[in-house]
Design a protein around this ligand. Structure first.
Ligand SMILES: Nc1nc2c(ncn2[C@@H]2O[C@H](COP(=O)(O)OP(=O)(O)OP(=O)(O)O)[C@@H](O)[C@H]2O)c(=O)[nH]1
Ligand SMILES: [Mg+2]
Length: 360
């Protein structure tokens, strides 16, 4: 059974006294404000969730990534073409382009392999396959940079992106990830735009036994997140994760709001937000590139999360993002469940797309 109660602190009382507009504040507090604990059926405190064992292991990744367009395409290609020839290279190039790897990245990569084939570096198609795996891994190693939240207390993470990419779900998974590593966490319901957004985040708060600082729909997003940071500072919370409303770069008012959030946070901590995490839907294709460009201009993105790579995503957009921006890919979303977020591992990702031994 989870135990929660509503609690008001000084800043809420002040706001009410000041007669500001109705603040439908719903602060979920766990049984212990600093280290939330859950009780099992016997009434004993439950153990902290343990890290997922297969976070970096190829089998876990393979299971989730095997259905992606690039994984199926590459598997099929090498089965159809056991011979090393020009046709194999041509088809490989087309496949990479149609899997969202991007034209420039695909042609460069295949041109290099073509050159090496002409130089007789590869004895057969299997050798080419191994070289392809190595090249793809090398491209992604440049953006493998796990997020370190130890440098600041509280570490402030602002989660941004266009509508429906998986921001709120990713926050729920992220909080699970950090709770499993014994960090205490606070969430801020900065999406005040959409009616059900606060509720959605609170549900993740309950699942993770983590307090959610929220005001009603229509409240000022920057003030919600500011308030949350004040509380996180006074409680010495390790990590504050702030949700924001989905927005398109054409919505200039909403894009300006991101700048305002960052400015307001700096009044409390000149270095906050310490991470602007942009969430990208892995099924979006090349449009992801322009999304990152626009958000980077508006607020300065410091890390990416690519979601929905399970299922029908083509999977190649991760390579295109790596090549275009070189921004760290912090995590990938491999499903809708609470444990389906993985710190990004270049080798595990490539192994998930192209197993070391082609499957027959
Ligand atoms: N298959 C799969 N689905 C995901 C993943 N991440 C998120 N989703 C789903 O994507 C849908 C949208 O997720 P949200 O978290 O609400 O997205 P959002 O960016 O917060 O949306 P807005 O707040 O409306 O902008 C939900 O149905 C999620 O379950 C993932 O890694 N894999
Ligand atoms: Mg959301």
């Amino acid at each position: 059974m989870l135990k929660f109660w509503k609690k008001k602190d000084q800043s809420e009382t002040d706001r009410e006294k000041a007669g500001q507009d109705e603040v439908a504040e719903s602060v979920l507090e766990s049984a212990s404000p600093e280290i939330p604990v859950s009780m099992d059926e016997t009434g004993e405190p439950a153990q902290h969730p343990t890290p997922q064992p297969d976070e970096a292991s190829p089998p876990g990744w393979r299971k989730r990534l095997s259905g992606s367009g690039i994984a199926r395409g590459l598997g099929g290609l090498f089965q159809r073409h056991p011979q090393l020839d020009e046709e194999l290279l041509d088809e490989l190039e087309t496949l990479l382009i149609t899997s969202d790897v991007g034209v420039n990245a695909s042609t460069e990569l295949v041109e290099d392999l073509r050159q090496r084939t002409h130089n007789r570096e590869f004895a057969d198609a299997a050798a080419l396959y191994r070289a392809l795996r190595t090249s793809l891994t090398e491209q992604l190693l440049t953006v493998e940079a796990p997020l370190d939240i130890h440098g600041h207390t509280p570490f402030v993470m602002l989660v941004v992106g266009v509508n429906g990419v998986g921001k709120t779900t990713t926050i729920g998974k992220l909080v699970h990830h950090y709770r499993a590593r014994e960090h205490n966490v606070l969430m801020a319901a900065g999406d005040t735009f959409r009616a059900a957004a606060v509720e959605q985040l609170q549900t993740w708060g309950e699942r993770n036994q983590v307090p959610v600082i929220a005001q009603g729909q229509g409240a000022d997003s920057a003030s919600v997140i500011f308030d949350a940071l004040q509380r996180a500072q006074s409680r010495k919370t390790d990590l504050l994760v702030a949700d924001t409303a989905g927005r398109l770069h054409t919505q200039s008012g909403l894009m300006d709001e991101l700048g305002k959030i960052a400015r307001v946070l700096k009044k409390l901590d000149p270095e906050a937000p310490h991470e602007v995490l942009m969430v990208i839907d892995g099924t979006t294709g090349q449009n992801a590139i322009s999304q990152v460009r626009q958000f980077h201009q508006a607020i300065g993105v410091t890390g990416l999360v690519v979601t929905k790579l399970d299922g029908t995503a083509k999977g190649g957009v991760v390579f295109a993002l790596a090549r275009e921006f070189g921004l760290p890919i912090r995590f990938v979303g491999l499903g809708e469940g609470i444990a389906d977020l993985r710190p990004f591992h270049a080798k595990a990702y490539v192994d998930g797309l192209l197993p070391a031994q082609p499957e027959r």
